[in-house]
Structures are given as C-alpha cells and as structure tokens.
Design a protein around this ligand. Structure first.
Ligand SMILES: Cc1ncc(COP(=O)(O)O)c(C=O)c1O
Length: 304
C-alpha cells in the first residue's frame, strides 16, 4: 500500500491496483475507474464526492478506498461525473445513444408520476404547460436562441415538412448524399410543384451552394457515420447567395455546441443525445422567418 499523500486538508490513500493508471483526473479518477463497476450508484456518488456514507460500509467499501479532496477543480469534475453516472442504471455497457438515449433517473421519475396521475384520473391538460415551457427554455438555452423562437413537436420530418411547404414553387434544395431521410423526403414529396433536390458529397456542400439554391438541408452530424458538416463554411456560402439553411441537430444537440441563431431553421429529435422520450422534437426559426411558415407552425410558435 503506498504511503498516504500529504498537504493541507489532504489525507488520501491510493489502492494498489491504481498505481500505474493515473489519468487526467488523477488518483480520484483512478479510484473511480477501478471501483465504480462493482458499486451501487448511491455509494459511488457519495464516495466520489468524498463524504463518508455509513450505508456504503455494508456495501463492501473498504477504509482504504476513501479518498479526501486533493484538488478542488478535480474534485468538482469528479463530483459532476459521479452525479451524472448516478442518473443511469443500464444493465449493459450502453453505447447506442445515437439510436436511443437512456432516460436519466429524474426523467423516469417525472414520467412515472405523470402516468400515475393520468391513470388515476387526476391529470389536467394545463399541468403539462409548465414542464413543456421548461423544456423549451432549456433547449433555447442549449442552442443559443430566445425561447419564443423554439417550437416543440413530435418529429424532424414534420418540421421539415413545414419548411418544405413554405418554399416557393420550383425551388432548389441542396442536401448531402446519404443524408437522413427525415430532412430529404419532405422536399422530394413536393416534386409535383417543381421542388428539386440536389445531392452532393458532404465535403463539397458549401462549394455547391449557388444563386439557384433556395435551401440547404443538412445534419450537423451525419446519422450514418458521425461525420460533421463544416457549418462555418456553409453559413458563409449561404450568406453570400441568400440561401437559407435547415440544420438537423438530432445527432448533435446535447454533446456538440450548436448556435441555432445562425441558421434559418433547425430541428432536432430529443430522444437521442437529449435523453428525452421518443416523440419529442424541437424546432427553431429565425424571428423574421416565422411568419413565412405555414399557419400550423405559426400558431405553434406564438402559442407556447
Ligand atoms: C439525423 C437524424 N435526423 C432525424 C432523425 C429522426 O427523424 P424523425 O423525427 O423524423 O423520425 C434521426 C434518427 O435517427 C436522425 O439520425
């Protein structure tokens, strides 16, 4: 067993198996990685933030695994990590958030409460307004727009359909080869009034914007393979010709910083990196363009 470390308010011991495995977060992270798998979430959280919890003793905690604060910055990072980990309970090593995010403990609890109320005949529609407003405000803050310019809906394809319906007859829509169908098919469905969809490789997207392009429809992160669009180049190219951009944030919002204010429209499903239930979707529109969308969307934006 290595000697305890010294210093102000420091009394730490390192488990031997960690001695060759210190990473960015230092000893604390080493202890986390070596111990977390076998610990209950509650014990893991209370151990990581450095507070001794008597109930953890019975769960197999050894005295020499208690680790006091050695660095406030590292400690804060470890605490946040532990609090986040304590929100999840997957029974497997889960790596499929790009398909379906897992619900955090607090979301599950909120959903269960609402379902119980509904089943008991005690649900009232206005009760849903507050959480809906909170979700809109959170999403607005996440993507850097005013909440008045965020709508909540059910699916990306529905919002893309609203954008498609607002295009003038004969418009050209530029998109990426292999792009997710939800932001391509709603435009193909308007072919009979002359809407044309042109596909180019992702890496040529910005260069392919021309004066004939009315709209560019693209995902910030490609669903098929995770490639990132060059959004700075796209915004510049679109500004030069007056084209608008519909950005799909489904595979991005939640882990990749997005500034939705730079795009005419953005839309993103909530059930992946935002860890929301299926059937949750967000849409943003630049304020000056809101009135040009169809009546259904206008009502949605104004009402909420
Ligand atoms: C990039 C992207 N957009 C949209 C969606 C979902 O579209 P919709 O809400 O129309 O089902 C997905 C789902 O995998 C996706 O990866």
């Amino acid at each position: 067993m290595p000697a305890p470390r010294g210093g102000p308010n420091v009394s730490a011991q390192i488990v031997p198996s960690c001695s060759g495995n210190r990473s960015a977060l230092g000893d604390r992270h080493c202890l986390l990685t070596s111990s977390m798998a076998s610990r209950s979430a509650a014990c893991r959280a209370s151990w990581t933030i450095g507070r001794e919890d008597a109930s953890c003793r019975g769960a197999g905690w050894d005295d020499d695994e208690w680790h006091d604060v050695t660095d406030p910055v590292k400690d804060a990072a470890a605490s946040r990590l532990a609090a986040a980990q304590a929100e999840f309970d997957s029974e497997v090593v889960y790596l499929n958030t790009a398909s379906l995010g897992l619900p955090p403990r607090r979301s599950l609890q909120a959903l269960q409460e609402v379902l119980t109320q509904w089943r008991a005949g005690r649900a009232s529609p206005p009760d849903y307004d507050e959480p809906l407003a909170a979700a809109r405000a959170s999403y607005a803050a996440l993507v850097g727009v005013d909440r008045a310019n965020v709508a909540v809906g059910s699916q990306v394809s529905v919002f893309a359909g609203l954008v498609a319906a607002a295009l003038p007859d004969g418009s050209e829509v530029l998109t990426v080869s292999g792009e997710f169908t939800s932001i391509v098919f709603p435009f193909l469905a308007q072919a009979e009034r002359g809407i044309r969809v042109r596909e180019v490789p992702l890496e040529h997207l910005a260069d392919a914007v021309t004066a004939r392009t009315a709209l560019v429809a693209v995902s910030a992160v490609q669903s098929a393979d995770g490639r990132l669009a060059d959004l700075a180049a796209l915004v510049e190219a679109a500004a030069a010709t007056g084209a608008r951009v519909l950005l799909d944030t489904t595979q991005a919002a939640g882990w990749l910083p997005i500034d939705a204010s730079r795009f005419a429209y953005t839309t993103g499903g909530g059930y992946k990196w935002l860890l929301a239930p299926r059937g949750t979707c967000f849409f943003t529109v630049q304020p000056e363009l809101a009135d040009r969308l169809g009546p259904a969307h206008r009502r949605l934006v104004r009402r909420c």
